[in-house]
Design a protein around this ligand. Structure first.
Ligand SMILES: C[S@@+](CC[C@H](N)C(=O)[O-])C[C@H]1O[C@@H](n2cnc3c(N)ncnc32)[C@H](O)[C@@H]1O
Length: 344
């Protein structure tokens, strides 16, 4: 009976959301845990050109856009809860042990551990932040407080504030004594301005195309003259509504990436000067999280059950594919606010 339901869901997904979404959802609802090697190969190996063509052509662009518009009517908090408010213990099974960064690390060699690679990334961002030690910093989408703790460990003495939309992350951060609040950085008024630095790591992915310019304006206004905004995020490189954007709704309902040049144009239009924009490889981090999840399969199944386990087992290789096909790229960007009045 369950199998019949799964098959009928597959048929309906195929018509409304296309083949990639239907296959992923079918696999997520497997009655047994997805097998590590088969599952990774299933998503990462190249497919026949006719399948690739069909997967990208259906549903057609206008239907993809309509479906995504419908998904984007949801409150941000619902999408964030679905992805992040699962179980802090579950995330701890695959994130780096020390800081719990849930964002792209920087592997400098194949031998490096996830812990080392996350510290490499944090050091890279620290260099972009160009701190003297006393700046007031706002972390938009601070997750489990990873960068805030890294900054403290690096000896930063200035005030640190973090915003998240995840209640489970809030509880975690409060236990650590971090100054974090449940604040929607898109819709809420930011208090305690101005900030010397505004930081975001893996959070601008949740900002919808229509919200982008308003958010950059808010950042610009909240920064002190000469202040910096330092961001790590991934963005689409080519089309605004690729088939994979529909598939991603299985993992991040209500989020839609923005085209990279739109980020840059929006930031520049409010007055920011872009002083750094580098591209980094997300794939080794996704592979590392996948391997850790497999190592901890038993504990994961006990904590979150079969469907959620299979969802993450599907998410990591699908995201890997996303970067492998260069649908999106991971950027680290520095945006500078002028230190004097802007010339008109
Ligand atoms: C991928 S996690 C990254 C967390 C952290 N920066 C790190 O590197 O580990 C994305 C974070 O953005 C937060 N977030 C997304 N949209 C948000 C919004 N509109 N307001 C506040 N936080 C948001 C989520 O709650 C989550 O903490």
């Amino acid at each position: 009976m369950k199998n019949l339901k799964r098959l009928s869901q597959f048929a309906s997904d195929l018509i409304t959301c296309g083949s990639l979404y239907a296959i992923a959802n079918y696999r997520i609802h497997s009655p047994i845990p997805l097998e590590a090697v088969e599952n990774w190969d299933f998503w990462s190996k190249s497919r026949s050109s006719w399948f690739e063509f069909l997967a990208r052509a259906y549903p057609p662009n206008s239907r993809r856009k309509a479906y995504l518009d419908y998904m984007l009517r949801r409150d941000h908090a619902i999408g964030i809860e679905t992805h992040y408010d699962i179980s802090n213990e579950f995330y701890a099974l695959f994130l780096d042990a020390k800081y719990k960064f849930y964002s792209c690390a920087e592997f400098l060699s194949d031998e490096e551990t996830l812990e080392k690679a996350q510290e490499n990334k944090a050091k890279y961002l620290l260099s972009l932040l160009n701190l003297s030690g006393h700046e007031k910093i706002l972390d938009l989408g601070c997750g489990w407080g990873a960068m805030m703790r890294f900054l403290q460990d690096a000896g930063h003495c200035g005030e640190l504030t973090g915003f998240t939309l995840s209640r489970k992350q809030l509880t975690y951060n409060q236990k650590l004594g971090l100054n974090v609040s449940l604040t929607n950085f898109i819709t809420a008024v930011w208090e305690h301005e101005p900030y010397d630095r505004i930081l975001s790591i893996g959070a601008l992915e949740h900002v919808r195309p229509k919200e982008l310019k308003g958010l950059y304006q808010k950042m610009y206004d909240a920064l002190a003259p000469g202040g910096l905004a330092v961001h790590q995020f991934f963005s689409f490189e080519r089309e605004p509504y690729p088939a994979l954007a529909i598939l991603m709704q299985l993992f991040f309902p209500g989020s839609l990436l923005v085209i990279h040049r739109d980020h840059i144009e929006a930031a520049e239009s409010v007055g920011f000067r872009i002083t750094h924009d580098s591209i980094h490889d997300y794939k080794p981090t996704l592979r590392a999280w996948y391997e850790r999840l497999i190592e901890n399969q038993k504990k994961a199944l006990k904590l979150v059950g079969l469907e959620v386990y299979n969802r993450y087992m599907t998410f990591f290789p699908v995201a890997w594919l996303f970067f492998d096909h260069k649908e999106a790229e991971l950027h680290r960007i520095v945006m500078e606010k002028s230190s004097g009045p802007v010339a008109l």
